[in-house]
Design a protein. Structure first.
Ligand SMILES: [Zn+2]
Length: 274
């Protein structure tokens, strides 16, 4: 196993969900074995997307920061990187958040697929191998990791809500499984919650174009899968585990977990295995 980068540069453009601003990001191949982002508008030094730069988190996004720079809404991009095994990129961006695109990681995957993946022969990469069961929990959420022969992710959610109810999803993490079953799953929100966010001036770029919205009795827009919500939470979990910039050989099971618990889990993995 080696570090991997893109064979060609890619550019993606779209709205930032928090700022509502138009964002352009360009990912260039690199051989450093890290994913770093430079805000070319503010001319700040590169910010490495690593555990040591992970910001104090709330449940809405995965944010990185150092003394001079901040970058948020990275989780869907990192999830697509995990699917393709991309560990090395130099990114230029003109804002402090990644574009939300359609609320999924589909466009990142399509761009990666088109640009092709390039192994970095001079940079070997050791995966994390789960050797014994570990569990982390908070309130009613929990993440379990158990030994397995490959990289397997599962997610279970359950809401006391007639539309979403209980959903689950499991995949073996390969590029094709991810592209077909996970990448198109969009972020979701409840209609009432969305109205509240807009009133607070948050989610300025949020719309029916980039989220699955759940009403009292039905979905407001059409779901792409019956269990799109569970698939999206699985997408987030995969992205949050990629903060370690290494594949994980094991079965990771998320139960009602969000970014906060996902991050505690990645910290636990780092403490145990790195
Ligand atoms: Zn998400």
């Amino acid at each position: 196993m080696n570090h991997q980068t893109l064979a060609n540069s890619i550019t993606l453009t779209g709205i930032g969900i928090h700022s509502g601003e138009n964002i352009t990001m360009t990912c260039h191949p690199s051989t450093e074995g890290i994913i770093s982002i430079t805000n070319i508008k503010e001319k700040t030094p590169p910010l490495i997307l690593s555990l040591s730069n992970l910001a104090q988190t709330h449940n809405r996004a995965t944010k990185f920061q150092n003394e001079t720079a901040t970058i948020t809404t990275t989780e869907h991009f990192l999830s697509a990187c995990a699917a393709f095994g991309i560990t090395s990129l130099t990114i230029e961006i003109n804002g402090n958040e990644l574009p939300i695109l359609d609320g999924s990681s589909k466009d990142f995957c399509m761009a990666f697929d088109k640009a092709k993946i390039q192994p970095i022969n001079s940079k070997p990469l050791l995966p994390i191998i789960i050797t014994e069961p570990i569990t982390i929990w908070k309130d009613t959420a929990c993440i379990i990791a158990t030994p397995a022969k490959s990289s397997i992710f599962s997610y279970y959610l359950s809401y006391n809500h007639p539309v979403i109810q209980s959903q689950s999803e499991t995949i073996e993490l390969t590029p094709s499984n991810y592209i077909n079953h996970i990448a198109p799953a969009r972020t979701y929100g409840f209609e009432k919650e969305v109205e509240h966010l807009i009133k607070q001036g948050l989610a300025k770029g949020g719309s029916l174009e980039n989220a699955l919205v759940i009403g009292e009795k039905s979905y407001i827009n059409t779901p792409r899968f019956k269990n799109e919500c569970a698939k999206h939470k699985l997408l987030d979990l995969i992205g949050d585990c990629w903060i370690l910039n290494k594949p994980i050989i094991g079965h990771i099971i998320g139960i009602k977990s969000g970014h906060q618990l996902n991050h505690s889990f990645t910290k636990l993995l780092a403490k145990k295995y790195l």
